[in-house]
Design a protein around this ligand. Structure first.
Ligand SMILES: NC(=O)c1ccc[n+]([C@@H]2O[C@H](COP(=O)([O-])OP(=O)(O)OC[C@H]3O[C@@H](n4cnc5c(N)ncnc54)[C@H](OP(=O)(O)O)[C@@H]3O)[C@@H](O)[C@H]2O)c1
Length: 194
């Protein structure tokens, strides 16, 4: 059995998400939204923690003082990173060799008793794999309404995902530092095409 999970990403015009291993923009309010959405367990799951799943480069893009991301179970997908507490790079984080092996393991005890919602937080190749995955439930996408230089991109959102309204997600345009952006949520209305 594998778990349902959501994707969260901020994407600018042209589908860019990153440059030189970092975010292309500084949007404090958007970062606070990411933290709130990924940290808050759904009602009925109080006492459990949400899980954030990310690629190795996304893990490395988080300043060391902020990782592991607090109040969340941090999972890194990597074929090269050492797992276990002995490795400085991986302290406080679980390392899996593939998305499939992570989702399979986390669906079983003891993890299933500890984990609430599952959030895939990037980067590019994990988003691509996740968007084709039958267990990908919702996409929380922040559309940054400006073009930035980027070297990392979000694949196009497949047609089976339709925009929905979700309580707690602010509607309409937001603005910070003269940059406009909008929060959207998309839900899969059918399985991905075979
Ligand atoms: N705007 C946003 O919302 C957002 C979100 C996340 C990240 N970003 C940005 O995106 C950039 C980082 O993303 P990225 O796409 O370059 O890298 P990434 O996906 O975070 O990391 C790539 C690495 O993850 C591991 N990996 C990925 N898929 C795997 C798989 N299927 N199986 C096994 N290992 C896998 C591999 O690590 P090994 O080489 O160790 O095997 C691979 O080299 C940064 O600029 C970051 O700031 C933006």
């Amino acid at each position: 059995m594998q778990l349902k999970f959501n994707i969260i990403a901020a994407v600018c015009e042209g589908n860019g998400i990153g440059i030189n291993g970092q975010l292309p923009w500084k949007l404090k309010g958007e970062m606070a939204y990411f933290k709130k959405i990924t940290s808050t367990p759904p009602s009925g799951a109080e006492g459990k923690k949400n899980v954030v799943i990310m690629g190795r480069k996304t893990w490395e893009s988080i300043p060391s003082k902020f990782r592991p991301l607090d109040n969340r179970i941090n999972v890194v997908i990597s074929t090269t990173m050492e797992s276990g507490e002995g490795s400085d790079a991986s302290k406080g984080v679980m390392v899996f060799r593939s998305l499939g092996s992570a989702l399979s393991a986390l669906a079983l005890p003891p993890y299933s008793d500890l984990c609430a919602d599952f959030w895939l937080i990037g980067g590019s190749s994990l988003y691509a794999e996740a968007l084709r995955h039958p267990n990908c439930h919702r996409l929380y996408i922040t559309h940054v309404l400006k073009k930035f230089d980027c070297d990392t991109f979000l694949p196009l959102i497949p047609a089976q995902f339709k925009a929905i309204k979700v309580d707690g997600v602010p509607e309409g345009k937001q603005e910070e530092n003269g940059i406009e952006y909008e929060y959207k949520v998309y839900e899969a209305t059918s399985d991905p095409p075979a």
